[in-house]
Design a protein around this ligand. Structure first.
Ligand SMILES: *[C@@H]1O[C@H](CO)[C@@H](O)[C@H](O)[C@H]1NC(C)=O
Ligand SMILES: *[C@@H]1O[C@H](CO)[C@@H](O)[C@H](O)[C@H]1NC(C)=O
Ligand SMILES: *[C@@H]1O[C@H](CO)[C@@H](O)[C@H](O)[C@H]1NC(C)=O
Ligand SMILES: *[C@@H]1O[C@H](CO)[C@@H](O)[C@H](O)[C@H]1NC(C)=O
Ligand SMILES: *[C@@H]1O[C@H](CO)[C@@H](O)[C@H](O)[C@H]1NC(C)=O
Ligand SMILES: *[C@@H]1O[C@H](CO)[C@@H](O)[C@H](O)[C@H]1NC(C)=O
Length: 246
């Protein structure tokens, strides 16, 4: 792969002089929801009908925290080169072949993962060589918030719990309906899932005011996005009664 790239880059320098062949990107930044599909596009000039046998397209991904780029998809002289593809992209990355004749090298990645984020190089050799970079950002909203209420045994306090997964890391704050300060103590912790998502759990411990309800708010600061869950205190007396009898 590196040999190919070095060769193409040398070739490219020759073409820079004549500046005949230019790769262009209609969109430089893609912000994609975790688990969805993305198509990223590079355009190159096709004069008349496409001669596929002369076309080489290389898509590579590089993250800030990794030294070597990962090969996402390679079409070499019109033929796909699956053996050199990085295993992270196996079965998930494809070039939309029907678009090539229009001079569009469109990479599709399905079921986008957190580690797919990074900088993507698209390099095209078609009687001339050029490349561009595209940035892919991946976000995961804290959509499904699980809630739970438990009574602290032997105390008049309750434990309210909210748990959700997303990316990047969210801050959690708690509110009552009047948005006044809560007297309880809050403990928010997180772990990382194998998919690279943050699994955030927040616990509010307090003596609840039974004429108020409580909400936990997940604030994804980087995305400026808020999701929340409502916990009703209706029925807590009953819970207290049941648990006290145990
Ligand atoms: C993503 O692409 C796959 C394969 O083309 C398709 O089966 C799936 O429905 C797509 N998902 C979404 C959310 O569009
Ligand atoms: C495009 O093709 C036409 C006809 O084959 C040729 O005359 C012309 O020089 C080509 N232009 C470029 C930019 O290659
Ligand atoms: C918060 O919860 C974690 C995990 O349950 C625990 O290890 C830690 O001591 C708690 N911190 C406080 C301040 O209660
Ligand atoms: C997230 O954390 C909760 C509680 O700490 C745990 O029950 C759950 O299995 C975790 N979920 C994932 C996907 O790791
Ligand atoms: C409980 O909530 C009600 C309604 O918001 C309020 O009027 C009352 O003062 C609260 N009681 C305490 C002890 O905070
Ligand atoms: C608390 O929530 C329950 C269920 O959502 C609702 O029926 C009740 O009126 C709410 N109580 C207050 C004080 O807003």
């Amino acid at each position: 792969m590196f040999q190919i790239l070095t060769m193409l880059l040398l070739e490219m320098q020759l073409y820079v002089v004549s500046a005949l062949f230019t790769v262009e990107v209609p969109q430089q930044l893609y912000v994609i929801e975790y688990g969805s599909n993305v198509t990223m596009e590079c355009r190159f000039p096709v004069n008349g009908s496409l001669n596929l046998g002369l076309l080489t397209v290389v898509w590579e991904q590089k993250r800030k925290d990794q030294l070597k780029p990962k090969e996402v998809y390679t079409l070499r002289k019109g033929r796909a080169l699956p053996p050199s593809q990085h295993h992270d992209y196996t079965g998930r990355a494809a070039l939309l072949h029907s678009e090539l004749k229009m001079g569009r090298a469109i990479l599709q990645i399905t079921s986008v993962k957190i580690r797919d984020a990074g900088s993507y190089l698209c390099l095209i050799d078609y009687q001339g060589v050029d490349y561009k970079y595209i940035t892919l950002e991946v976000k995961a909203s804290y959509q499904r918030i699980k809630t739970q209420v438990m009574k602290k045994t032997g105390e008049d306090k309750f434990v309210f719990m909210c748990q959700s997964e997303g990316f990047p890391l969210a801050e959690v704050f708690w509110q009552n309906e009047k948005n006044s300060n809560l007297s309880g103590s809050v403990n928010t912790t997180y772990t990382l899932t194998t998919d690279g998502l943050y699994n955030v759990t927040s616990i509010l411990t307090l003596k609840p005011n039974m004429s108020e309800n409580y909400s936990c708010v997940f604030w994804n600061k980087e995305l400026n996005e808020e999701t929340s869950a409502h916990i009703s205190t209706l029925g807590l007396y009953q819970l207290e009664f049941v648990q006290d009898r145990e």
